[in-house]
Design a protein around this ligand. Structure first.
Ligand code: NI
Length: 168
């Protein structure tokens, strides 16, 4: 397994819409394993393939509560069938480091996706898992959570990131 570099906003690759996964080969399994390792190492609760520069509709997640056994989940070609209970939820992103803001999300959703072998499954998600699924699907569509913020808030974050990148 290997740690993959995570693209940082404003990398233009984070703005691309990823095409569906059609091949479930050994290379895809290796990519998924590397993405899990990269996500746990960060640490984060979700990572989309687009964040490591791979343009495929694939994301890994683990929304297990602290001190609970891990609950690794792979979603491939995900499709939200229904969603409800809109709420403002605190959110961050490994591609927008050291910042978090409240964004509108659905607290419940019904998801259909493929697992890592290409087998379809459905899940009724709520809370953090529902939020993470929406966040990761946005990544696959080239969207970041900061897109939901006011331009003023977004510019404040962009400014902070530019400052962090400047050598001390
Ligand atoms: Ni993210």
């Amino acid at each position: 397994m290997a740690l993959l570099p995570i693209l940082q906003h404003p990398d233009p690759r984070l703005r691309q819409k990823a095409p569906a996964v059609t091949v479930f080969d050994a290379g895809l399994q290796r990519l998924i394993d590397d993405m899990f390792q990269t996500m746990y190492d960060a640490p984060g609760v979700g990572l989309a393939a687009t964040q490591v520069g791979v343009m495929l509709r694939l994301a890994v997640m683990d929304c297990a509560a602290k001190d609970c056994p891990p609950e690794p989940m792979v979603i491939i070609n995900p499709q939200v069938l229904s969603s409800s209970d809109r709420q403002d939820m605190e959110e961050g992103c490994l591609s927008v480091p050291d910042t978090s803001e409240k964004v509108p999300r659905f607290n419940r959703l019904h998801l259909r996706a493929l697992d890592r072998q290409g087998t379809p499954f459905e899940v009724q998600a709520e809370g953090l898992l529902a939020q993470a699924i929406q966040h990761e699907i946005d990544h696959l569509d080239g969207k970041l959570y900061i897109d939901y913020l006011s331009s003023l808030k977004r510019e404040r974050i962009n400014k902070k990131l530019r400052k962090q990148r400047q050598p001390a």
